[in-house]
Design a protein around this ligand. Sequence first.
Ligand SMILES: *Cc1c(COP(=O)(O)O)cnc(C)c1O
Length: 361
Amino acid sequence: MTTVIDALVRPEIQAIPAYRVAAADGMIKLDAMENPYGWPDELKAEWLETLRGLDLNRYPDPNGEALHTALRETMGIGPEFELLLGNGSDELIQMLAMTVGGPGRRLLSLDPGFVMYRQIAQCAGMEYVGVPLRADFAIDLPAVLAAIERERPALIFLAYPNNPTGNRFDSEDMVRIIEAAPGLVVVDEAYAPFTDTSFLGLLGDWPNLLVMRTVSKMGLAGLRLGYLVGPRDWLSQIDKTRLPYNINVLTQVSAVFALRHKALFDAQTRAIREERARLFAALATLDGLHPYPSEANFILVRTPRGRAGGLFSALCERGVLVKNLDGSDPALADCLRITVGTPEENAVLVDALRSALCASG
Ligand SMILES: *Cc1c(COP(=O)(O)O)cnc(C)c1O
């Protein structure tokens, strides 16, 4: 049996590790950049009432027209641009790779960066080119321009702000990359609710610029809904790789409902930004910890040399789940990534970190 598997499974699939999600039952979950706040009871009741009218025996609206309209209105997307919906922005990354991928085609991004760019490139049969960031996690512009010249990537992803480092790249550097790129440049704005600038307003300035967003980090991770915005001629091609009915009935209706109550999410993401500042200050006071400034809803923290694994386990024992990034990239040695939770959750985290740091390590 193994020989059949070895013989048939594409070598590039055999080579990639499975994407694992940690078990989190009953834990304070600070590992996945989720919004920790729920909805008020009345809103929940109103939402459930809208679901009552749905017919699950019918396929969803294939184009998600009502959802398109709601997204255009709430996100200020003009009629001159096309909009494409994905089952999470992860699916949009996959559609982009399928559209321009193929033997010899390259996908370029910056490391450390979002792991799905590499994973999806490899699944789609593309070659992944990762250009290291500088030590302060800024773009190494000469290195990126040289890599573009050398590799001629069909597709470039720039996460703005970046995951897992949390910083926002210099927009002038990004523009230089867009202008030098021979192919598409996708600015991934998954963390748009937590920062003040965006490339959405620059769409159309370059024919190869697309902006990708998601409702996940804003507070709707369970819906799985991402969207891609850009020039119609590009998006109509990418749309051909989309599976029919990729956005299910429950997601379409729930997202339209949620976007009508966008003010609630804006208030929640504002609170998370304020809490991010408080958490950063608290982490900075802990002996030996170095938190990096963040424009997202998480904070990357460098721990004392060799301590990340032990601290991660000690936090687990106290019921707090964070992400241990030690070993995932040379630039992330000794690093933990901590999602900003509620004030109460963050207090438990800081307390647990303080006592774990004091314990002999
Ligand atoms: C979380 C994240 C995504 C994935 O978002 P989904 O819409 O939940 O698939 C995309 N890009 C970056 C940079 C992220 O951190």
